[in-house]
Design a protein. Structure first.
Length: 266
């Protein structure tokens, strides 16, 4: 199996670069990754301390987004970062136990900033920029499929005029703390609400969203081997089966729900 996400030991971590100033989680920092030749590049690192499902959600969302060919960080890793470094970055946290490193979720820096930095709140300019994005319908359909309830302005990266990328998938599957999964759940699609605030979605956009939602079978088939690999490492077997069933069933359920929402013939 060819893996997209790799595990890197602490020798690849070259230290912190900055703490974000956009109201992002205090457990996120920008740092430096070192490749085999010693070249440095910037990446974003997330430390998860709660006993929830954010780590596995991040992996799942990233792999599915990559296979859907959505704009997102070009690489993602699980990187072992020295605990002594984490104590300096997050001085308010307690790091008990004998471990010298902890695994963090990391993704390559996109050299852009979040929509909140550029627009702060939804505005006519923001909606115009989003509506001109070539991947808007695909991103809306993707969030419906994976039940992402949290596509807020902080996890949309603005790359330039009518160009965006998706980050942060910790809140897919309906919640970062899911315990039971209902494939028929209805989602609050924040991206759709921001792109078309309080107005009907134009017919051509509705059709594009439905068409995209009906195209997720191939990306799911391409991603499932690696997904099972990571799920088996992070979840009990019952939850591995629950995640796979949830995503598989929503391949059919979501297009039908969208057709009902848009008053289409199913």
């Amino acid at each position: 199996m060819s893996q997209i996400i790799r595990i890197l030991d602490s020798s690849f971590y070259a230290g912190p670069a900055a703490i974000p100033d956009e109201g992002i989680s205090a457990l996120t920092h920008q740092g430096w990754l070192r490749d085999a030749s010693g070249k440095l590049s910037r990446a974003w690192f997330k430390l998860f301390t709660a006993a929830d499902r954010q780590f596995v959600n991040e992996i799942t969302g990233y792999l599915l987004a990559r296979h859907c060919q959505l704009p997102c960080p070009p690489e993602a890793f699980i990187v072992h970062v020295p605990v002594e470094t984490l104590k300096k970055i997050h001085p308010g946290l307690s790091f008990d136990g004998p471990r010298e490193t902890l695994p963090l979720w990391a993704s390559r820096d996109l050299e852009g900033r979040s929509a909140r930095y550029h627009f702060n709140t939804p505005t006519d300019l923001l909606t115009k920029e989003l509506q001109g994005w070539d991947f808007l319908a695909d991103a809306v359909a993707f969030d419906e499929w994976v039940a992402n309830m949290d596509r807020n302005l902080q996890n949309l990266i603005y790359l330039g005029k009518k160009r965006w990328a998706l980050i942060d998938h910790g809140h897919i599957m309906g919640s970062p703390a899911w315990t039971a999964l209902d494939a028929s759940m209805r989602t609050r699609n924040v991206l759709k609400m921001v792109a078309w605030p309080g107005v009907p979605i134009p017919r051509q956009n509705e059709d594009a969203i439905i068409t995209s939602a009906e195209s997720h079978d191939a990306p799911f088939s391409q991603a499932i081997a690696e997904l099972r690999h990571w799920w088996s490492k992070l979840l009990p077997e019952s939850d591995v089966k629950a995640m796979e069933s949830f995503l598989l069933e929503r391949l059919t359920i979501v297009p039908d729900q969208l057709k009902q929402d848009f008053f289409r013939m199913c």
